[in-house]
Design a protein. Structure first.
Length: 146
């Protein structure tokens, strides 16, 4: 089984209304989500794919870039399907009660949801108890999201 596509049954995802009122990690001097990586790419290419300014779209005040028009269209049809959990902040950090930036190359898809981590070393810690970390992060995120 691909480690990045772990299947964790019974773990609840974020409620769809959470996105509208949540902060999103865009970096310090940017309004660019996922550091310019294509959010759809994780799902259709099974890897991080850099997006292009040619295929950019805005959603909830954040700019996202896509590798191609098809990915942009898929995102605009169902953004919440592709957006990373916890506003794109490090999921391990959120599980531990704080926010931290995330590296688009340190990722995991669990139950159809994209989770990012600060770096690949942190992702290794995240993978040791994915269900437990998701449960804690889901509890912590409402207090961190505002």
């Amino acid at each position: 089984m691909n480690r990045r596509k772990l299947m964790v049954l019974g773990v609840a995802g974020l409620a769809s209304t959470a996105w509208a009122n949540s902060k999103v990690f865009t970096g310090r001097f940017s309004n660019l989500g996922l550091s310019g990586y294509d959010p759809v790419g994780y799902f259709v290419s099974d890897q991080p794919v850099e997006g292009s300014a040619k295929h950019q779209a805005e959603w909830a005040g954040v700019d996202y870039r896509f590798a191609n028009q098809a990915n942009r269209d898929a995102f605009l049809a169902d953004p919440e399907r592709y957006l990373p959990a916890y506003g794109g902040f490090c999921a391990y950090a959120v599980a531990n009660g704080y926010t931290a930036s995330a590296d688009p190359e340190a990722w995991t898809v669990v139950d159809g949801r994209l989770y990012l981590n600060y770096n690949k070393s942190v992702r290794t810690r995240w993978l040791k108890d994915v269900p437990g970390h998701i449960e804690k992060a889901n509890q912590n995120w409402p207090g961190l999201a505002n």
